[in-house]
Design a protein around this ligand. Structure first.
Ligand code: NAI
Length: 676
């Protein structure tokens, strides 16, 4: 091989067969992203390839971490105007157009992540070959950042694999394996790692006809079919996202539907559409959420702790699912409960989870093998992490700790999943109280990414670090919080839920209350959420927090629990449920809800968030926003409660609180954190 002129982010080599091998290796970065500089160098390189005219060009990555993770999202945050955005996007399009226009076979050789702009670059190559290792993931997840593909991806993918599959990938933003991509026609070959280079060489030698959707798939892009399919797609998207909250998927459908018949025009319209979206509020806030997530991830570095064995005590709703999740993520887990039946239920639920997530029987078997029933608790002595998730009872927990602590390895983590007992109280029975930490998981464990890491003033800092690292090992997001009633998530949720129940008590239909919360952007209405969590659990948390924070608890909640109306699990709560499915009560046509309905719920939420920040429950506004978004689902497109307060203006919202206080009472008293 001979190496050419040196570039900062790329390496170009020529082999004996006169094939050019171009490797991306972004300088000073662990992951390849397509920054302005990276694209500029690529442009220059492609011009020299066009003049040199080698037999073929293969583009791969020199980094172990993967192919290309996408465009450089940081550059998006600096965009001041639509024109600036348009310049950035059009430049990317031009470079990929140059790649697509090369008069020689071009191959993207994909190993590891190939996302967003990286996928669009691969689509601009004549052929794509991907490593079939499960670590290789391909996709166009732009919608998750409030935009859609903008470097020609939306123009190139539908004709290649047909509109239904292409639109599904771009609208959902989901990632797929190399084999799945091969089945769809998005890559030409999925091969084992050791065969990648040979396969690339082979394709260049043979130069087969490039992939194109044929038969009915090709037809789905025709002028006749597009308007019909677009209508179906819009309906499907509407079930998940409203256009006023998430405009990108709708913009993508419009773009394809209007312009797929004229690709050059579509290219220009694609750039204009992404430029419009990129400077909008939704995209800005979703990019913020992306960075909040990165920040939370960075709180727990895997390298700080290498747990192999986890021991979970208490195989109930939470303990069982925590144990199953840890085993799914590759750890060896022992699950202890006093009752054989409880353990049997854990294994059954785990089996269901593994079948859904892992699919292949061999992998399911292996995960089940990692989850070991352990009635007598022999796993304690070997465990790197012991998680207690038994009944919410101080005496029971303390007597368990007294038994467990002397058996634990030196340096092993002792964690509790308690949601309401102060760690100071629980730890007082330990020889080393500063080793106890809270790992507060949320229900359902497999769906909720956030884990609150609860610490007291005396919790060992190293222990908190270990706990955060453990969260990263099991792919959860750690959020350090102070040991205080409700921590962060339950505390901000509870006043909002209670206000919703108060509204129902006042005669507002539950479905109207929920409808207003959805209109704000919450993923589920508060009343349905209460039913789903279980009204008994809600009542118990409300009573504990109510006492601590002076929250009035609506009488209706207790009445319903006394009558056995516990929500989804009992078939009847605020709604009726049949086979787990919620009934859909009809709202009277001329019903007018109170004008301040949404404000009443949301202002209590925001007021509590403000109080948490002032009290230092979390360390910063960013962590508060991240924690609340990933723990409660708070409208991601609003960028979190603190970001929302900033955009609306503190003074305006404070006035709202004052108005609500004078008409509805002191539960709306503005927290001192709002300032004067
Ligand atoms: P659960 O009542 O479903 O399960 C408790 C399990 O612990 C039972 O299977 C019981 O047999 C077992 N157990 C009790 N004492 C034991 C002992 N000494 N040794 C071994 N096993 C014992 O309880 P759930 O809901 O799973 O809650 C557990 C903990 O998680 C509590 O501290 C709760 O506050 C907390 N939590 C609960 C959430 C929820 O949504 N249910 C959410 C977050 C935290």
């Amino acid at each position: 091989m001979t190496e050419n002129k040196s570039y900062q982010h790329w390496r170009l080599e020529h082999d004996d067969e006169d094939i050019a091998w171009l490797y991306i290796d972004k300088a000073d970065a662990t992951t390849n992203v397509l920054s302005r500089e990276v694209l500029e160098e690529l442009d220059e390189l492609l011009q020299s390839v066009a003049t040199e005219r080698p037999k073929g060009l293969v583009i791969g990555s020199a980094k172990e971490t993967g192919f290309i993770a996408g465009a450089d999202i940081r550059e998006f945050t600096t965009l001041g105007s639509k024109q600036e955005a348009l310049t950035l996007i059009s430049r990317g399009q031009r470079v990929f157009d140059r790649l697509a226009g090369l008069d020689l076979p071009t191959v993207a050789m994909i190993k590891g992540f190939c996302l967003g702009g990286g996928m669009e670059m691969a689509l601009a190559c004549r052929y794509r070959i991907a490593d079939e290792d499960p670590k290789t993931k391909l996709g166009l997840p732009e919608v998750k950042l409030g935009i859609h593909p903008g470097f020609g991806g939306s123009v190139r993918l539908p004709p290649m694999i047909g509109a239904p599959a292409a639109m599904d990938l771009m609208l959902s933003g989901r990632l797929i394996s190399a084999r799945a991509a091969k089945r769809l026609g998005m890559v030409d070959y999925a091969v084992p790692t050791r065969r990648l280079e040979d396969a690339a060489r082979g394709v260049i030698r043979q130069a087969p006809k490039p992939a194109e959707a044929s038969g009915w798939k090709g037809w789905t892009n025709s002028d006749l079919v597009r308007p019909l399919l677009a209508r179906v797609l819009r309906k499907k998207v509407a079930k998940k996202a409203r256009p006023e909250h998430y405009p990108a998927p709708y913009a993508l459908i419009d773009l394809w539907s209007k312009h797929m018949g004229d690709p050059p025009r579509m290219m220009r319209e694609e750039a204009a559409s992404v430029a419009r979206l990129a400077i909008g509020e939704t995209a800005k806030n979703l990019v913020r959420v992306f960075f909040l997530q990165e920040q939370m991830k960075s709180l727990g570095k895997k390298g700080d702790f290498a747990p192999k064995y986890v021991h979970v005590i208490g195989g109930g709703v939470m303990g069982g699912d925590i144990a199953a999740w840890c085993a799914l993520r590759g750890l060896n887990v022992t699950i202890q409960d006093r009752s054989h039946e409880a353990i049997a239920r854990v294994i059954k639920r785990a089996h269901k989870l593994y079948r859904k997530k892992l699919k292949k029987p061999l992998l399911v078997r292996a995960a089940l093998d990692r989850l070991m029933p352990d009635i007598h608790g022999v796993g304690v002595a070997r465990a790197d992490v012991v998680i207690e998730a038994i009944f919410e009872d101080v005496d029971a927990k303390q007597s368990l700790y007294r038994e467990v602590e002397p058996q634990m390895k030196v340096g092993a983590l002792l964690a509790t999943n308690t949601s309401s007992i102060p760690l100071e109280v629980l730890g007082s029975c330990l020889a080393q109280p500063n080793r106890l930490v809270g790992l507060h998981f949320f229900n359902p464990v497999a769906m909720m990414q956030l884990v609150e890491i609860v610490k007291t003033d005396t919790t060992d800092a190293g222990v908190v670090k270990q706990a955060a690292a453990f969260c990263r090992h099991i792919d959860r997001l750690p959020l350090p919080v102070r040991s205080a009633p409700g921590f962060l998530v339950n505390r901000v949720l509870m006043p909002y839920l209670l206000e919703a129940v108060t509204l129902v008590e006042e005669g507002v239909p539950a479905a109207v209350v929920d409808r207003e919360a959805l209109a704000f952007g919450m993923p589920m209405g508060p009343i349905e959420l209460a039913d789903t969590v279980g009204l008994d659990i809600c009542l118990s948390v409300a009573n504990i927090l109510g006492k601590e924070l002076g929250l009035p608890v609506p009488a209706q909640l207790e009445e319903m629990v006394n009558k056995g109306r516990l929500g989804r699990k009992s078939g009847q709560g605020f709604y009726r449920y049949e086979n787990g499915k919620r009934g859909n009560p009809v709202i009277e046509k001329n019903y007018t809800p109170p004008a301040d309905l949404s404000d009443r719920m949301m202002m209590r939420f925001l007021n509590e968030a403000m109080a948490c920040l002032r009290e230092g429950i979390v360390e910063s506004e960013e962590l508060l926003d991240g924690g609340v978004i990933f723990g409660t689902g708070f409208a991601p497109f609003r960028g979190g409660p603190m970001n929302y307060i900033d955009t609306q203006g503190k003074a305006v919202l404070r006035q709202k609180l004052q108005a609500l206080q004078s008409s509805h009472g002191d539960r709306f008293m503005a927290d001192a954190g709002w300032g004067e």
